[in-house]
Design a protein around this ligand. Sequence first.
Ligand SMILES: O=C(CO)[C@H](O)[C@H](O)COP(=O)(O)O
Length: 225
Amino acid sequence: MQNVDELKKLVGEEAANLVKDGMKVGLGSGSTVYWMVKRLGERVQDGLNITAIPTSNTTAKWAVEFGVPLTDFSKVQQLDIAIDGADEVDKNLQLIKGGGGALLREKVVAAAAKEFIVIVDESKLVSHLGAFPLAVEVTPFGWEITSVSIADLGGTPTLRHKDGEVFVTDNGNYILDCSFNQILDPEALQKDLKMLVGVVETGLFVGMADKVIVGKADGVSSITK
Ligand SMILES: O=C(CO)[C@H](O)[C@H](O)COP(=O)(O)O
């Protein structure tokens, strides 16, 4: 029986091995992605020629540490593949992301990729999204009233803190972690949230994932659209 960290390593390495020579790659964020970036770095040392765009400052640091060459959207308009983790995945490949607070850049990178691959251990598979609080990135100015608007949609928002301080995203925004219990219509909720003034982006990824690679105690399986 493998523990969760071993499963994250397994799927991270599996996904890194899907990257082909010459590709432009989106690098997600989180502890599963760490293993993917590490393995990509090994492949680059072995001669793989790629360039990558990271979705967080932390991932950028890992890429530099492991020798994965980085680029940015001033030089690259489309990515061949983006690989990222998730906090919840349902059977329709709808996702909740943003546990690490990188959801905005993650969504920009996923949207710019021809193929978006999600890597998770089996504990992330759910029948309905929503047990994991939905991260909503909001402007610091007026976050209090944005929070009230989200509550009017049925959520219970909590301002995210880290190490005793308000958590600030790489984009200088705040995160409201919003409990919705069960999210029965993720697409409708995404639309409603995006209509609110002060909401920058949400951690709901609907219709974006092409494939989910799942690490299970008995091996790796994948779910495709
Ligand atoms: O969305 C994310 C960060 O914003 C991560 O991909 C998500 O939280 C999963 O993280 P981990 O691989 O550490 O479980």
